[in-house]
Design a protein around this ligand. Structure first.
Ligand code: ASP
Ligand code: MG
Length: 426
């Protein structure tokens, strides 16, 4: 008997009909002789709707209460799913994050899992039931409060359960057929990948690919969990996300393309500190001030201008847009000590990333990328690279066009358009 963990995203359980369809899939898996543990997201766009509602009540929400509110979404779907399974003749029990032993730190809205003690889940399995666990939520023992794991966090719930229960398979069911070379909602000719290394998936998720939660990929990589991302609407084999050091999943031939895919996001703002005196220690001072605001700096670009009489430099960096204003204010307050000339703030930027393990051994990737963007008339404002990723900052309104252009330039276009089965992409 195998233990299968299955995760169903919001668009897979958007209404009563979908819940019954998903229940059928779970029941079939159980009837095929497997133990089944399910992690489920809130129905459809419930989480966004709850957020909208909170915003209508007050623009600034108490983080504890916001988590309390959002965890309600998964409570609804988990109970309905358990009911639907029971109606199909099998036993199922639903558990909140805290009942399932999802212990997290106390950071509301972005809690990290510290340990998983799924005693009740195991007991349910021993009694022959299917266990349904609310995704995206946990419990902090220190405060005694419920927490959420960050948007898209149900994937992480599934992976954490799979690791703790030593599951044989962790299946992530979604509204597309797997991991694609680009978001098929933006690049219709995106191609489904049969397999992708967890290293590449990490880079894509970090660059804005929403198909998997970044934390889930990190967790899976750390605990050697192979993921199978597939559609809950069609029966096709999806995409295996695996660590080559742990072996290649059965039935998969490694193609090792140079480029795995493109991803993008526009949640960042660019801050430029103009005319910083070119003296040792200034970057340290600037980023110490930034660090004190708890902002997550991503790209940093600095170049000394030789035009000025006193050598000065501009330092540009990106931070998540929610943190942008705080960082600007913190730097502004220190203008005199730092001696810079001005601050510029720009939240109309997009970050486009090209990811592929083949970049390690192939030259000319960046030249091709720059040429493709140039030919499409897309201006590059910042560039940063890792061993297997090249990211550029462009104007926000170029986000979609840039992805399509790169997708074509790197020969990733499929013959046919990808199928998006459901979801609003919200
Ligand atoms: N319902 C949560 C969200 O939409 C968690 C999830 O879907 O994974 O962010
Ligand atoms: Mg959702």
């Amino acid at each position: 008997m195998a233990l299968v963990v299955q995760k169903f995203g919001g668009s897979s359980v958007a209404d009563a009909e979908s819940i019954k369809r998903v229940a059928k899939r779970i029941v079939d898996t159980r009837r095929a002789g497997n133990d089944v543990v399910v992690a489920v997201s809130a129905m459809g766009d419930t989480t966004d709707e709850l957020l909208d509602l909170a915003n209508e009540v007050t623009p600034i929400q108490d983080p504890r209460e916001l988590d309390m509110l959002l965890t309600a979404g998964e409570r609804i779907s988990m109970a309905l799913l358990a009911m639907a399974i029971k109606a199909q003749g099998l036993n199922a029990v639903s558990f909140t994050g805290s009942q399932a032993g999802m212990l997290t730190d106390g950071k509301y809205g972005a809690a990290k899992i510290v340990s998983v003690t799924p005693g009740r889940v195991q007991k349910a399995l021993e009694q022959g039931a299917i266990a349904i666990v609310a995704g995206f939520q946990g419990f902090n023992q220190g405060t005694g409060d419920v927490t959420t794991l960050g948007r898209g966090g149900s994937d992480t719930t599934a992976v954490a359960l799979a690791a703790a229960l030593k599951a044989d398979v962790c299946e992530i069911y979604t509204d597309v057929d797997g991991v694609f070379t680009a978001d098929p909602r933006v690049v219709p000719l995106a191609r489904k990948l049969d397999a992708i290394t967890s290293e590449e998936m990490l880079e894509l998720a970090a660059a804005g690919a929403k198909v998997l939660h970044l934390r889930a990929v990190e967790f899976a990589r750390r605990h050697g969990v192979t993921l199978h991302v597939r559609s809950s609407f069609a029966g096709h084999q999806g995409t295996f996300v695996y660590d080559p050091e742990q072996g290649i999943p059965e039935g998969i031939t490694m193609e090792e393309p140079i480029i795995a895919g493109v991803a993008a996001e526009k949640n960042d703002a660019k801050i430029t500190v103009v005319g910083v005196p070119d003296a040792p220690g200034l970057a340290a001072q600037i980023f110490t001030i930034v660090a004190k605001t708890n902002a997550n700096v991503d790209m940093i670009v600095q170049n000394v201008s030789h035009a000025a009489e006193v050598p000065r430099t501009d330092i540009s960096f990106t931070v998540p847009v929610e943190q942008g204003r705080t960082v600007v204010n913190a730097l502004q307050a220190e203008q005199e000590t730092l001696g810079f000339e001005a601050l510029q703030y720009d939240d109309q930027i997009a970050k486009i990333a090209l990811v592929g393990a083949g970049m390690r051994t192939n030259s000319g990737v960046s030249a091709k990328l720059f040429k493709a963007l140039y030919e499409a008339g897309i201006n590059i404002e910042m560039i940063s690279t890792s061993e297997i990723r090249i990211s550029v900052v462009t104007r926000a309104d170029m986000l979609e066009e840039a992805q399509r252009v790169l997708h074509t330039a790197f020969g990733l276009d499929a013959e046919e358009e990808a199928t998006v089965y459901a979801g609003t992409g919200r």
